[in-house]
Each structure stands twice: as C-alpha cells, then as structure tokens.
Design a protein around this ligand. Structure first.
Ligand code: FAD
Length: 404
C-alpha cells in the first residue's frame, strides 16, 4: 500500500507495538493516548514464549530481558500441597531455549515505546478519543484535549484502547461483560526473606475454586533502582472489591488465612498495614464477530479481552500487532488487510477465548464440583505426555486450534 495516515488509539502493548511496526514501513502514524504519559501503572504480566518470539521479531527482546525475570514453569498447589498445575516450557520438547518473562507492565510499555521513538511518528498524549466515524474516503477521530473536542481525518484507524473500550463498532460486538471475579494485587521488592518465591516460576495456591493466591517474579521497573519485584494476586468476587477499597474487611483474619494457605508469604503479608495497599483489578470478556469495518480495525484487549487465567493479554496484543503489520505490508487496500488479519488471527483468538471461558470457573467461582473435578483431572493429565505437551503449547500462547 502507498503511504497511509494511520491513527492508533491507545498506547498500551497493542498500540505501541502496532505503531512501531507500521512506522517502520514508512506510514504516517499518530498515537492518540488519553493518559498524559506512560507511568509505572499496573502490576506484573507474564510474557509467554509466543510474546517472546514477537518481541524477538521486533528486535526488542534483548531490551526486554534487561527488565524481565525469566520464567520456566507455572505451578499451582492445593492447600494440602497437591500439585494441580505443573506446566513447564521444557514439556514443549524443543531444542531451542524456550522461556517466558515476568515483567512489569510499565517495563513492557517502556521497551515498546523506546522502539517507537526510533521511527518518525506523532504522539498526542492527554487526548481521550470519544468517537470514530468513517466514509469511503477516510476515518475521522474525535478526541478531547484541554476540555475541547477536536476532529482529525486519517486513512485508517486502529483501535487499541483496552478491554473497556467504548469505541468498538457496536454492530461487531457479540458479547461484552465484566467478569464476576477479579483480583486485589500488590507489587513489592523480592527481598531475601522471600527466597522461596525467587524462582523462575509463576506460583499459585488454591483452596477449592473460591480461593486463589498467585505470585509472579516481575523483574524491575524502569527508572527505579533496579530492585527485582514480586507481584502478588488475591482472587475475589468483584462484589467484594468495594469492601476492600473502603477498608471494610477484617485484615488480620485475611492475613491469617493467606499465611495458613501459603506460609512462605508470611514476610510479605505480615507487613501489610492497610487493605488499601492492595489495588483492584477487574476483567472483561469481549467477543466480536469480526475485528474490522471499512477503515477501522480493533486489536488487543479492545478486540478480545479475556480473563487473565491463561496469562495471554499482552501476548495476544503483540501477536495482533505483528499480524496486522504483516497484512498491511502485503495487501493493497484496507479490506484486504482486515481479511488477511482475520484469517491469520481468528484460530488463535477463538481458541483462547473458549479455553479461558472454560478454565476460569475452575479457578475463580464457588462451584465446589468444578474444583473437585479440576483437582482430580489435572494431576492425572500431567502424566500423559501428549496432554502435557498440549498444555504447555496452550500456556505458551501458540495454539491455533483444539488439536494441533
Ligand atoms: C493501567 C493499566 C494497568 C494494567 N495492569 C495490568 C496488570 O497488572 N496485569 C495484567 O496482566 N494486565 C494489566 N493490564 C492489561 C494489560 O496491559 C493488557 O491485557 C495487555 O497488555 C493488552 O494490552 P492492550 O494494548 O490491548 O490494552 P491496554 O494495555 O489496556 O492499553 C490500552 C491503552 O489505551 C488507552 N486508552 C483507553 N481509552 C482511551 C481513549 N478513549 N482514548 C485514548 N486512549 C485510551 C489506555 O490509557 C491504555 O494506555 C493493565 C492495563 C492498563 C490500562
């Protein structure tokens, strides 16, 4: 395609990666972001091997490794110490070194933004996009800056403004709801007295399906002192989040409960002085029939938000960005671009949407039977090499369909 004027709405994982790749092709890219800057917001993300490959393809992997903590496996145990989740990337049986990275969201954004800085582009930060219209000739973005509404025309618009997007073309949205379960999280230095957690593993502990606590080594945060960090997640129904935020929980009782479930967390948990030290996270489940209409496309969480149980949010965003950039490079017009993008991404996106809908209630619900079934079936399945490998492929973010 000849040089296009492209607006990318949202400077998260999907937006920054897309803007970088399209900018490298010589397109005139404008990134429009509502925040004034890319701050150190959020907690840890697990970049799976699929994301590692995408970052490597973009030439960003070495930079990312400066901040990330290598992850080799995901383990989850019941209260009695029974291993329920045992997924190791080594089960993929590959000769190459396959690994994940625990990273802070701001470190990922910093690495992608550093790559974006090397290509010509415009960035309009502090601008909240309120609507996108289109005609045969162009797509018009309306955004608010300094309390005024501005309008700007582009050849195409890529919507990458996250799971709560209100910009998705309504006719394409099949399903959009908040998950009934979310999490409280905090991020703390990975100090010496937390040695049991300083392993290249995402670790979780469960008590039935209603109680889950997870810990992810998260590497270090840009512009901080280089201290390795740990992210801690406590699963809970969204209906209980307002009680946490208002300080209406029995903190002492909660601490006793968590330490009883996972004694190695004691130094971290006993230092919590107030419920407000944990921050809430909620998730959405979004299904779209297609991810584009005319000159407007949707990618990342805006297109297919799902629960973080399979840890695929940032991975899918990076895979979307590389697939979209390759379609733009190969196609002659936007209809062709979105057609190719759909063909390349739909298998993987549909698989992970279904899988996360199936798995989430096994880990976040009050379904006693679901937890019992999980505790029986998962340990057995780990003994079957083919199933073990399929689970590793799933977690690694590489599946395109149910049977490979
Ligand atoms: C503040 C924040 C913290 C997060 N923390 C975590 C975490 O700790 N762990 C985790 O697993 N996932 C976290 N996520 C989600 C995670 O970043 C995504 O799942 C994943 O990276 C896919 O990213 P995305 O680019 O599709 O969306 P996002 O990362 O959500 O990025 C969307 C971007 O769009 C911007 N935006 C939104 N609306 C508008 C608008 N109308 N106009 C202009 N810009 C807009 C947002 O400010 C944001 O920068 C967080 C997301 C955000 C926004």
């Amino acid at each position: 395609m000849k040089k296009q004027r492209i607006a990318v709405v949202g400077a998260g994982t999907a937006g920054l990666a897309t803007a970088t790749l399209l900018g490298r092709q010589g397109h005139a890219v404008t990134v429009i972001e509502r925040a004034n800057s890319l701050g150190a917001v959020g907690a840890g993300l697990l970049l799976q091997p699929s994301a590692i490959s995408a970052l490597s393809e973009m030439g960003c992997l070495e930079h990312m490794q400066q901040y990330g903590q290598r992850i080799d496996a995901l383990f989850g145990w019941t209260r009695s110490g029974r291993a329920i989740m045992q997924v190791e990337y080594a089960h993929l049986g590959e000769k190459n070194d396959v690994f994940g990275l625990g990273v802070h969201r701001s470190a990922l954004c910093h690495v992608l933004d550093t790559a974006l800085e090397t290509v010509p582009h415009d960035r309009w930060f502090g601008c909240e996009v309120s609507s996108i219209g289109q005609s045969d000739r162009d797509a018009v973005v309306a955004f608010r800056r300094d309390a005024e509404i501005h309008r700007e025309a582009f050849d195409a618009v890529v919507i990458a403004n996250g799971s709560a997007s209100q910009l998705r073309p309504p006719a394409l949205v099949r399903f959009d709801r908040e998950y009934p379960w979310g999490a409280m999280w905090m991020i703390r230095p990975l100090t010496e007295n937390l040695a049991a957690l300083n392993r290249p593993h995402l670790q979780q502990k469960y008590d039935g399906s209603a109680v889950m606590v997870g810990a992810l080594p998260t590497g270090c945060i840009p512009d901080a002192d280089g201290t390795p960090m740990l992210s801690l997640f406590w699963s809970l129904p969204v209906s209980e989040i307002s009680d946490w935020r208002a300080g209406r929980i029995d903190l002492a009782l909660w601490k006793t409960q968590v330490i009883a479930l996972w004694p190695e967390l004691e130094p971290l948990i006993s230092a919590i002085a107030s419920p407000s030290e944990l921050l809430p996270a909620t998730y959405r489940d979004v299904i779209m029939s297609r991810w584009a209409q005319g000159r407007v496309g949707v990618i990342g969480d805006a297109a297919h938000a799902m629960s973080p149980q399979l840890g695929q949010g940032a991975n899918m965003a990076l895979l979307d960005a590389t697939a979209l950039a390759s379609a733009v490079r190969q196609c002659e017009n936007w209809d062709e671009v979105w057609g190719q993008y759909y063909r390349v991404r739909q298998g993987s996106i549909r698989f992970y949407q279904r899988m996360s809908r199936f798995l989430t209630p096994l880990f976040q619900s009050r379904m006693v039977g679901a937890a019992r079934g999980r505790d029986l079936a998962l340990p057995l399945s780990h003994r079957i090499p083919w199933v073990r490998r399929q689970m590793a492929e799933t977690v690694a973010g590489r599946k395109q369909r149910w049977i490979l």
